[in-house]
Design a protein around this ligand. Sequence first.
Ligand code: TA6
Length: 304
Amino acid sequence: MEPVPHIEGLNRRFGIADTAQVVAGKGGLPVVRITSPAAHAEVSLYGAQVLSWQPAGAEEAIFVSERSHWEPGVPIRGGIPVCFPWFGNKADDPKAPKHGFARTREWRLDSLCADDDGSVTLVCLTSNDDSTRPWWPHDFLLAYRIRIAQTLRLELSVVNRGAGPFRFEEALHTYFRVGRVQQACVRGLDGVAYLDKTDGFREKRKSGDLLIAGQTDNAYMDTEGPIEIVDSSLQRRLRTDKLHSCSTVVWNPWHDGAATLSDFGENEWQSMLCVEAGNVMRGAVTLAPGEEHMLRATISVLPQ
Ligand code: TA6
């Protein structure tokens, strides 16, 4: 991690008066802070991780743990981690960083623009280098376009810059903030087959809304449609519309799972629910040389 002068340089180059600044966030990590008539948001360049998004007139939609670590090499607990090029543990290497290396790299800020409609869009880039090749020997470019407005639009593009094809998994591991997870349910997964990680990845199928009543770690397959968290305690719905995403992961560690994670505060598990748009497990994507794949998630906060 480079010292603060690097952050000041980014702010001089990209900052937009009264609307968007690059500042030193927790742990000195660079953060783009956006305050526009449409929304307030924060995006850490470390991991290109959205940390906060609060559309005008609504409460904060994103959860970040009060016990999160804020240091290079360690994932931030909360926000919207970008998982790439594998999801969870790497199948052929148990020592590889969980959820890939994208979430623990500082990304390059490529552009930051404000539009007349009050939206602000930033583009962050990262690509292969000597630190990624030992884990994954492919040449790639990741371009992440984040549009902050009354809705939050996330577009993750993967480009194959190598000479041969590669296969990857990806997910936008969104930690939604909920009032009380026990009073939330997930709608849009009715009848969809899923792999239950809490039960040895056994394949199951459930009908109706998903009530969160215990540790939940399900990877739903073939889910192209919108998914909603219905949060009765905050009386709102958190909706994710997806494009080019065939899987959705739903995760809450519940009391016992959170207790094993040092970066979760006491009872914080009740205030979060991850609903993750992605392409994981048998939904992994194969890209030929020169090809590009774009995953889009558009998030909105709606009345219940
Ligand atoms: O998305 C669900 C999951 O893969 C869970 O299995 C759980 O471990 C979670 O992600 C958090 O992973 P992390 O590496 O951030 O602790």
